[in-house]
Design a binder for this molecule. Structure first.
Ligand code: F6P
Length: 522
């Protein structure tokens, strides 16, 4: 197992520090003036995605130096290690093989075989379910699905179902998601459902997460009340997705209804595995396969493309440049797509739970920043909520615009694309005091009024953004998009020298809750 050398000891680190000092005071819009081919030079495409970095505050020299930094970090070896059976999750002594779940390149035959077995079990289950051959305690066919899970056992399948059944696209099966321990979450869903026809998926890698177990118990009690059957009979309405078979069996779920989630698949990387079962039930086996295909094609791109045109590597290097060298703490992910409204929330776990760390692999405190604060919302909604801060606030923020460019032919579809482009342009250009004064003068205001009001219309501009463009949101595009950010997350963790695959920090909160629960009952 090898690790990247300390980031600030790499030959290109000091050069990037001095480049950021000089260019950091520059303006993105000036870079277009001096390079008419800038858009083409900073646009990269593969696997159906186009990444436009031209509105980032960097020039060809900086991008080349960032790629050199990646080479110097031994990233090529790091990527090979990720796809091998090495224990890349070195604190929990586990391999990291979510790529095997999408049958991606991997030199881990055992995990490959397990992934194939898991998928064929899911496929057989889905075919039985879709054929109405799965019967509940009262003999009725089960047709509604409620996924009970949280974090990685919720966000991934929830995103896939929301994205691929948006706009009224008919799901093959109607799937609901409950994550919160607040009884209101489950109650809202159950109020709409007929208990006799409802299947619950208890999705928990550990099968110890309190929120999920609380909801599973409440679901069982609901079935007993509604159907007038014994708790044991309700088990016809349950499926388990977990790494802990015995815990799921102890809950009462029959072994034939328990799907395995291998330890080598981390929760926030698990949508491709049996955690994706609710998505497979909602969109059907063929479209789920297409989803896996998209992720696998991104694996191939990531493990073979030169860094200078490698989409995950470029996104990671730009994030490093913005977060470390330009000291921009926040990344807003703005999908101009109602279907992708859940993507910012998904990325919060993927990026912040993976890279919200501050200790190197050798236990030393880090001498550099790690994960940015990731947030966002669908456009154009955000334009009427928080974009004001981008224009005239005191804080800098970098932005990922995610834009399906050909989702439909209506004026409304065109408005989404136009607004995404307009925002990227306006946030780059801003508005000068002279321009603000000129607008007011043309409205006939006196010089005194112009002088008083013009400063209030100035927009600083120079907010860096990337645009990720694709024609339309298909299962394959969605798979490629998610895998792109997974590999971006890995590259950043590699460069920072941290473990992107554990999450000891969150255990503290759980322990505190347990101790308070103890006193609460006292
Ligand atoms: O507490 C964080 C976490 O462990 C996530 O990493 C995970 O996705 C989530 O909780 C749910 O865990 P489980 O799938 O074991 O219920």
């Amino acid at each position: 197992m090898i690790f990247s050398p300390a980031l600030n000891q790499l030959p290109s680190w000091d050069q990037l520090c001095s480049l950021s000092t000089s260019l950091g005071r520059g303006r993105i819009s000036d870079l277009f003036k001096t390079d008419p081919d800038r858009t083409a030079r900073f646009t990269f495409s593969d696997v159906g995605l186009t990444l436009d970095l031209s509105k980032q505050l960097l020039d060809p020299d900086i991008l080349t130096t960032l790629c050199k930094l990646a080479e110097q970090s031994q990233l090529t070896e790091g990527i090979a290690q990720l796809f091998s059976a090495e224990q890349v999750n070195f604190t929990e002594r586990r391999a990291v093989l979510h790529m095997a779940s999408r049958f991606g390149a991997s030199s881990a035959p055992l995990e490959q075989a397990q992934a194939m077995t898991n998928f064929s079990q899911m496929e057989a289950f889905a075919n039985t379910f879709h054929a109405g051959m799965m019967r509940g305690a009262s003999g009725h066919p089960l047709k509604y699905v409620v996924n009970l899970g949280i974090g990685g056992s919720d966000l991934g399948p929830r995103l896939v179902v929301q994205a691929l059944t948006a706009g009224g696209k008919n799901p093959v099966a109607r799937v609901y998601f409950v994550a919160s321990v607040d009884p209101a979450d489950l109650a809202e869903v159950l109020a709409e459902l007929d208990a006799a026809q409802t299947l619950f998926i208890v999705s928990s890698k550990s099968f110890t997460t309190p929120e999920t177990l609380s909801n599973a118990m409440a679901a069982k009690e609901w079935l007993v009340r509604e159907l007038g059957v014994t708790p044991a009979d309700t088990m016809k309405h349950f499926v388990g997705v977990t790494n802990d078979f015995s815990a799921a069996s102890e809950f009462g779920i029959p072994e034939t209804h328990i799907f395995s989630l291998p330890n080598s698949v981390g929760g926030r990387f698990s949508v491709w595995s049996s955690v994706g079962l609710p998505a497979l039930l909602a969109i059907g086996v063929d479209r789920f396969r297409e989803f896996l295909d998209g992720g696998r094609e991104m694996d191939t791109h990531f493990s073979s493309a030169p860094f200078a045109t490698n989409l995950p590597v470029l996104m990671a290097l730009v994030a490093l440049w913005n977060g470390q060298f330009l000291n921009i703490e926040s990344l807003a992910v703005l999908p101009y797509s109602h279907a992708l409204r859940g993507f910012p929330g998904y990325l919060q776990q993927l990026e912040m739970e993976s890279n919200g760390k501050s200790v190197m692999h050798d236990g030393q405190a880090l001498a550099w920043h790690t994960a940015q604060i990731v947030w966002g919302a669908a456009g154009t909604n955000g334009q009427h909520a928080f974009h004001q801060l981008f224009y005239q606030g005191t804080r800098r923020c970098c932005i990922d615009f995610i834009v399906p460019t050909n989702e439909g032919k209506t004026d409304a579809h065109r408005a989404l694309v136009i607004n995404a482009r307009a925002q990227a342009q306006a946030l780059m250009e801003g508005q000068t005091l002279e321009k603000s004064a000129d607008i007011l003068r043309k409205q006939g205001l006196s010089d005194k009024e112009v002088a008083r009001l013009a400063p209030h219309s100035v927009a600083r501009g120079n907010q860096p953004s990337s645009s990720l463009l694709f024609s339309s949101l298909t299962p394959k595009t969605l798979g490629a998009l998610i895998a792109l950010y997974e590999h971006k997350t890995f590259v950043l963790g590699w460069l920072w020298g941290i473990n992107s695959f554990d999450q000891f920090g969150v255990e503290l909160g759980k322990t505190m809750a347990r101790s308070l629960q103890g006193t609460a009952h006292a």
